[in-house]
Design a protein around this ligand. Structure first.
Ligand SMILES: Nc1ncnc2c1ncn2[C@@H]1O[C@H](COP(=O)(O)OP(=O)(O)O)[C@@H](O)[C@H]1O
Ligand SMILES: O=P(O)(O)OC[C@H]1O[C@@](CO)(OP(=O)(O)O)[C@@H](O)[C@@H]1O
Length: 383
C-alpha cells in the first residue's frame, strides 16, 4: 500500500490514493499489502510519541473543564472531536463486556456524560446478516464447523462483516448520531488495523466534514486460565450457540480460539509508532492513543499505555485522561465483580458437583492452552 504523505498545507487535496477504500468499495485492498516498511517508523517513537506520553502522564483528569463538544482540534478549526476506540483482542477476552463498562464510565463522569457512545460489534453484524439473508438455516451454516468461517484461510469472508461494521460506525459519526464509537472486533491482524487507521485518516482529510476523529486503540488480553475457562463457559450460551448443546458449543468455541491464535498478532509499541507516523504523514493532528487492559485490570499495564496529544489538546486530553483512569483503575471500578464471579463459579462447581467444569476442563486443558500460547509466541516472532 502506498500511503500518501501529506503536509498540513496539502490537507485538503484528496486524491485517488487518499480516498477511503470504503468509499471506493474496495474492501479487500489491504489484504494485498505487504508489511509496513521499517522506514515508516522514522523517529516518531523517540520524539513526538514520548513527548505525548510525558504530557499525558503529567496531566490529571481534572485539568480541563472545557466541553468536549466545543473543542476545535488540529489545523482545522470548527471541527468537533469524535473518538473511535479500535478494540484489539482475541475472542472471549472481555472486549464486549469492557465496552459496556467504558460507556457506563464515560456516562457517569461530568465532563463526558453528554457524549453519545455506541458499540459497533462485528460479530453482531455477522449474526444479523446471517439471519437476514437465509434465516435460521444460514445461522446454523455460519456456525457449522465445516464452514470454518474463522479459519485463517477464510479470513476474507469474515472481513466483509468488519468492513460493513466500520462503514456503519463512520456513517453514524458523520451523521452526528454518535460521538464515541467503539469498534468491537478482534482486529487480529496488522493489515486490518492499518485499514481501520487508513479509513479514519481518509475521513479526517475530507475538507467538507464537520468532525475530526481521534483514534484510540484499546487492547484487551487475558492469559489467566481460570478467566479463560469462565469466559468460554459464558460464550457457550451466546447467540452463536443458542440451539447447540453445551459440550458442542465449548468444542466449537475452542476451535475458534485455535484458529484465532494462529492469526492474531498482538498490538505492540512498534505498531503504534507506525500508525502514529501514518497519521502524522497524512498531515493530521487529532491525537492517537493506545491503552491495554490485561486480566480484567489485575495486571498493571501503565508502561504499555501511550499516546500523542494533538496541538489543540484540551478536549482530547480530558477524554483521554478519563480513559487512562478507567484503564488504570478498571479492577476497582468494574473488574472486581467479574473476578468474584469467576471464583464463585469455580467454588460452586466444586461444591455442588461439576455441572460444566468437566466439559470445560476436557477441552480447555493445559495442553490446549499451551498450544494457544505457542501459536501466539510464533506469531510475535514472525512479526
Ligand atoms: N471484564 C468482564 N466483566 C464482566 N464479564 C466478563 C468480563 N470479561 C469476560 N467476561 C465474561 O466472559 C464472557 C466473554 O466476554 P466478552 O466480553 O463477550 O468477550 P469478547 O467480546 O472479547 O469476545 C462474557 O459473556 C462475560 O460473562
Ligand atoms: O472480524 P474480527 O476482527 O475477527 O471480529 C469479529 C469476530 O469476533 C467475534 C469473535 O468471537 O466476536 P464476538 O465474540 O463479539 O461475536 C466473532 O463473532 C466475530 O465474527
Amino acid at each position: 500500500m502506498e500511503s500518501t504523505s501529506t503536509s498540513a498545507s496539502s490537507l485538503f487535496s484528496l486524491d485517488q490514493a487518499t480516498c477511503s477504500a470504503l468509499f471506493q468499495n474496495r474492501p479487500h485492498y489491504y489484504y494485498e499489502n505487504g508489511e509496513i516498511e521499517e522506514e515508516e517508523m522514522g523517529d516518531y517513537l523517540s520524539n513526538s510519541l514520548l513527548q505525548g506520553m510525558d504530557e499525558l502522564q503529567r496531566t490529571s483528569s481534572s485539568s480541563s473543564s472545557q466541553s468536549a463538544l466545543t473543542f476545535e482540534c488540529g489545523m482545522q478549526r470548527h471541527k468537533k472531536p469524535k473518538y473511535v476506540f479500535v478494540l484489539v483482542g482475541l475472542p472471549a477476552v472481555g472486549k464486549s463486556s469492557m465496552s459496556s463498562h467504558l460507556m457506563e464510565y464515560l456516562s457517569r463522569e461530568q465532563s463526558t456524560r453528554d457524549l453519545r457512545c455506541q458499540v459497533y460489534n462485528a460479530g453482531k453484524v455477522r449474526r444479523s446478516m446471517s439471519f437476514q439473508n437465509l434465516g435460521l438455516l444460514s445461522m446454523r451454516l455460519a456456525n457449522d464447523s465445516s464452514e470454518d468461517l474463522f479459519s485463517p484461510k477464510n479470513h476474507d469472508k469474515k472481513e466483509l462483516y468488519a468492513r460493513i461494521t466500520l462503514e456503519k460506525l463512520l456513517k453514524d459519526l458523520d451523521s452526528d448520531i454518535c460521538d464515541v464509537a467503539i469498534f468491537d472486533a478482534t482486529n487480529s491482524r496488522v493489515n486490518r488495523r492499518r485499514f481501520v487507521f487508513e479509513e479514519i485518516c481518509s475521513y479526517n482529510q475530507m475538507r467538507n466534514k464537520k468532525f475530526c476523529i481521534t483514534p484510540v486503540v484499546l487492547q484487551i488480553s487475558c492469559n489467566d486460565h481460570d478467566f479463560i475457562k469462565f469466559n468460554v463457559h459464558n460464550k457457550a450460551f451466546n447467540a452463536d450457540y443458542y440451539d447447540k448443546p453445551y459440550e458442542y458449543a465449548v468444542r466449537d468455541f475452542a476451535k475458534r480460539l485455535r484458529n484465532y491464535h494462529l492469526q492474531f498478532t498482538p498490538f505492540t509499541r512498534r505498531e503504534f509508532a507506525q500508525l502514529a507516523s501514518l497519521v502524522q504523514r497524512r498531515g493530521l493532528d487529532y491525537g492517537v492513543f493506545c491503552f491495554n487492559i490485561m486480566n480484567a485490570g489485575t495486571v498493571p499495564t501503565r508502561d504499555d499505555n501511550f499516546g500523542v496529544l494533538p496541538v489543540q489538546k484540551e478536549q482530547v486530553q480530558t477524554v483521554i485522561n478519563l480513559v487512562a483512569q478507567f484503564v488504570e483503575h478498571y479492577t476497582k471500578l468494574f473488574g472486581h465483580t467479574y473476578v468474584d464471579s469467576v471464583s464463585d463459579f469455580f467454588s460452586k462447581e466444586a461444591r455442588d458437583g461439576s455441572q460444566y467444569l468437566s466439559a470445560i476442563n476436557s477441552v480447555i486443558n493445559e495442553e490446549f492452552l499451551d498450544e494457544l500460547q505457542g501459536s501466539l509466541d510464533s506469531n510475535l516472532q514472525g512479526n
